[in-house]
Design a protein around this ligand. Structure first.
Ligand code: ADP
Ligand code: MG
Ligand code: MG
Length: 890
């Protein structure tokens, strides 16, 4: 079997063994090189060694399958035939590049090696054949540098040092100013560096070079950087990397050659314009490495109008073919254009939305595809705080706007420093400021609110990574002088120390010294269009968790269809309220508690009126008091003294009450419905306030749908006890006021026992809302407040895939959810009713959890206001994924 397996896929000359949908096997780069070859785009010929080979290499203890070598030899022969020159031919050598490429593009994989095949004799042959010794030696010194650093692990700086000192000697600024003779000298110096650090001579046999490079690609798959990236991005299940070997084309042959990178649309804004950079007389990574400042792609129209025209055609061709925005690499060799890569372009959330909506307008894709194209989490970009237009901070410098949104944070000058800073000051915002970033910086970059670099363009590492993550980023801000040793950044004559604030605006490239206010965005334009399409498809309703009218309004603007959770305890913390609350807690008897509660009731009523008005006509779920009472009292001496003074009681009394309320495990103690059972007057007051508020609002002609939610129920008896009281109170008020209010009384399902006995609980409950925070806590036995001590290690050790408090554990906790839904619905169904079921844990805004909620038939999810659009889109995608008919009534 192994022997007959195809391990190597050729492409070029208008043909290919592979195609675009073979990314798993050929990697993204290889699959698309094949595809481009077939659709008539000029691609230098080459071949791809499959990801399967990489997988087998690791399975067999770092040994390649036997059939790989002969298949590679055969593929080389094909390339030689197509190009018309041979690997190692002393008078006309074939040169190739060796490129890594997994199914998903990822930083940290082996860097590409160009010009492979050059040797001391071949370089002479190439110089003679092209009549361009400068070009030949430039290629050779690059090969020694790349091969030495990438394959053999010699520090690139050692080569760079030789280049810099030669430039200094010759008194020139750019590497293109060096002559052929200079480069010939440089080659000797590079060879000496190579020998010094590897104790071997630079290999002269091209086949030896080739295999060393191929093996280095496979080895980089398990390299530290790649593993780190896959961990952060939660990438699992890939086979490995493919290796692409491809005939070289040369952008460094003079003024009529060059190389560039471009996006078929603006990846930052999504505008339908050709977007990119190029450099004349340059090779490979020169454009993104910041060696010289690249030119904007539109200038190519002046410098090489024919090539530019051809490039525009290819741009159109690719978009029509892939029906997606592409990120491309090209090289021009003596006026002739070659494409070296195309892939789906990474983009900001803002751009994703605009591109998806505009492509529907252009009839490239349909609405469903547009909905599926935008990752729900990427909407964060559009929901990112923008710089407050009233902000007085003046820009002191301008860089390239690489990823939108405003970020303000304390300056940190290295990725390691960012990691340390986050440990020392866990709640303070970090702004990472660097000359440039590289793959080993990703952990630190991940912690920063925003990233600012002094060099680099739109395709630099910092820009690409920040866009992928939705972090504001400004790159190429040449006015920055960063002194990492001194811990300072100097800009516009001002010195900013590490730890001081800098603000960046990734939407326009502004850099400001100081801390700026930011404002919330709105859902409008293309964003609103996409949301409207999503709303047509989704079955889940989306509500919000909101405790104040302000949050409720914000959420409504974002499309919330009600409140799924109002946490009433948040209403007891301010001003006079906390005083009355403490009075209630310190009261000696029921009468004392009642009088304190009577003082609180008007506040509660006003709060609920505000919420009902903000949510006019939409359901509002209000949870009765949930936390243990000790949370309302200070635990320190000074705080207790103050409370004693405020309430005019001896401090002894306060201290004693705090001691009485102390529990060794408050999460499992006197809280939730247990509180209302022990002190029924608390729940009574809240129910009264809810019903009175509803009547007051109804009297104004506004529709109200209150849902009273009883927390932490584990037995039907608990619920029955409290429901009976609530109904009695509500009935009485409604009778007295003679205003009809439809209200529901339901419960949270957050204690495992409630899920297990959901059939019983539904006898009383008129709705269920899964409190998946507590349910996760109690199912795993993980205290949510203590997980930081072990969950990160669990994730590193792959004991957990993700933090179960962020993404619902569908395997375990999910079973309780399914059981709760099924048992609860069955009971109500027997009564001819539909039990409304939602989720109000943090998970309601997590796309994967939303998909689960859809699958198990919940009626709604509820999440924080800023996640409402994300949940709407996730719900639509879940619905499209199962191809169900469109109907929203469940
Ligand atoms: P990455 O995955 O980092 O983009 P690539 O393999 O795409 O790495 O290549 C690095 C650079 O080398 C790119 O600019 C690419 O266009 C260039 N390059 C790769 N192969 C060739 C080739 N055969 N001829 C000319 N340039 C090449
Ligand atoms: Mg590339
Ligand atoms: Mg709870």
């Amino acid at each position: 079997m192994a022997d007959s397996q195809k391990y190597v896929y050729s492409f070029g000359g208008g043909k290919a063994d592979g195609k675009a949908d073979m990314k798993t096997l050929l990697g993204g780069k290889g699959a698309n090189l094949a595809e481009m070859s077939v659709i008539g785009i000029p691609v230098p010929p080459g071949f791809t060694i499959t990801t399967e080979v990489c997988a087998q290499y690791y399975e067999n203890g770092k040994k390649l399958p036997d059939a790989v070598k002969p298949q590679v030899q055969e593929a080389i022969a094909k390339v030689e035939a197509m190009v018309g020159s041979k690997l190692g031919d002393p008078s006309d050598p074939l040169l190739v590049s060796v490129r890594s490429g997994a199914a998903l593009s990822m930083p940290g994989m082996m860097n590409t090696i160009l010009n492979l095949g050059l040797s001391d004799v071949a370089v002479e042959g190439l110089a003679k054949k092209t009549g361009n010794p400068r070009f030949a030696y430039d290629g050779y010194r690059r090969l020694i540098d790349m091969f030495g650093s990438v394959v053999m692990g010699v520090d690139h700086e050692h080569f760079e040092h030789e280049l810099d000192s030669l430039k200094k000697q010759r008194n020139v600024a750019l590497d293109t100013d060096l002559s052929g003779d200079d480069l010939k000298i440089l080659v000797e110096k590079y060879k000496a560096v190579y020998k010094k650090y590897t104790s071997t001579d630079f290999p002269q046999d091209p086949i030896e070079q080739l295999w060393a490079a191929i093996m280095a690609v496979f080895n980089s798959w398990e390299g530290k950087k790649a593993v780190e990236y896959r961990r952060i991005e939660r990438i699992t299940g890939l086979k490995g990397t493919a290796v692409n070997v491809q005939a070289m084309v040369f952008g460094n042959m003079g003024g009529d050659s060059g190389t560039g990178v471009a996006f078929t649309r603006d990846p930052n804004t999504g505008e339908n314009v050709f977007y990119g950079d190029y450099l004349i007389n340059a090779q490979g990574e020169d454009v993104v490495a910041g060696i010289r400042t690249p030119e904007p792609i539109s200038r190519l129209n002046d410098e090489m109008p024919k090539v530019y025209e051809q490039l525009l055609k290819i741009r159109e061709n690719l978009e029509n073919h892939y029906k997606e925005m592409q990120d491309i690499e090209f090289t021009v060799q003596e006026g002739k254009l070659y494409m070296l890569q195309t892939r789906t372009g990474k983009r900001t959330g803002t751009a994703a939305v605009r591109i998806a909506v505009e492509m529907v307008g252009e009839k490239l894709i349909d609405e469903d595809t547009a909905i599926k194209r935008v990752s729900p989490d990427s909407l964060n970009h559009l929901l990112l705080p923008q710089l407050d237009p009233k902000s007085k901070l003046k820009a002191v410098a301008q860089g390239i706007a690489a990823s939108p949104g405003a970020a303000t944070g304390k300056v940190v000058l290295s990725a390691e420093a960012a990691v340390q800073f986050a440990v020392d000051h866990p709640n303070e915002p970090i702004l990472l400021v660097r000359k440039e970033t590289s793959p080993e910086d990703v952990a630190g970059m991940n912690l920063a609110k925003g990233i600012l670099t002094a060099t680099g363009g739109k395709a630099s590492h910092a820009a690409v990574v920040a866009r992928g993550w939705g972090k504001p980023c400004v790159v190429g801000c040449g006015a920055l002088h960063i002194d990492e040793k001194a811990g300072t950044v100097t800009v516009a004559g001002q010195v900013v120390k590490a730890g001081d604030f800098i603000t960046i605006n990734g939407t326009n490239g502004d850099v400001m010294i100081g801390q700026a206010a930011t404002v919330d965005p709105e859902v409008s334009g293309d964003f609103a269009t996409l949301m409207a399409w999503a709303d047509k498809k989704r079955k889940l309703k989306v509500r919000t968790n909101a405790d104040t009218p302000k949050d409720a309004k914000k959420a409504r603007d974002f499309g919330a269809e009600g409140i799924g959770l109002c946490r009433t305890e948040h209403m007891f913390f301010e001003g006079q309220r906390i005083v009355d609350m403490r009075k209630m807690i310190l009261a000696d008897d029921e009468a004392g508690r009642k009088s304190a509660l009577a003082a609180l009731e008007p506040y509660q009523r006003e709060d609920f009126i505000g919420l009902f008005e903000a949510m006019a006509g939409l359901p509002v779920t209000i949870r009765l008091l949930d936390p243990p009472l000790h949370e309302f009292l200070p635990h320190d001496e000074a705080g207790q003294a103050e409370v004693a003074k405020q309430l005019n009681v001896p401090i002894e009394k306060v201290r004693r009450r705090v001691e009485q309320l102390h529990e060794s495990n408050p999460m499992l103690g006197l809280r939730g419905c247990r509180l209302a059972i022990l002190y029924p007057e608390i729940g009574d007051m809240q129910v009264r306030a809810i019903i009175e508020a509803a009547i007051a609002v109804k009297k104004k002609g506004i529709d109200v749908l209150p849902e009273i939610m009883i927390p932490l129920v584990g037995t039907i008896e608990e619920l029955a006890f409290l429901k009976k009281r609530a109904v009695a109170i509500a009935t009485e008020i409604i009778a007295v006021e003679n205003v009809k209010v439809d209200y529901l009384i339901g419960t949270m399902i957050e204690v495992p026992r409630a899920a297990l006995t959901a059939d019983q609980i539904a006898e009383e409950a008129e709705f269920f809302s899964f409190g998946t925070n507590d349910l996760t806590q109690m199912t795993f036995g993980f205290s949510r407040d203590d997980i930081t001590s072990f969950v990160p290690t669990y994730i590193d050790q792959k004991i957990l895939k993700v933090d179960p408090f962020q993404s619902l554990d569908t395997v375990g906790v999910g079973q309780l959810v399914i059981m709760g839904v099924d048992k609860g619905r069955a009971t109500r169904k027997a009564k001819g009713e539909h039990l409304k079921v939602g989720i109000c844990g943090e998970h309601g805004g997590d796309p994967d959890s939303v998909a689960f909620c859809h699958k198990v038939g919940l009626d709604y999810v509820s999440c924080s206001p800023f996640r409402v659009p994300i949940a709407r889109l996730a719900a639509a995608q879940a619905s499209l994924a199962d191809g169900e008919a469109i109907s929203r009534d469940r």
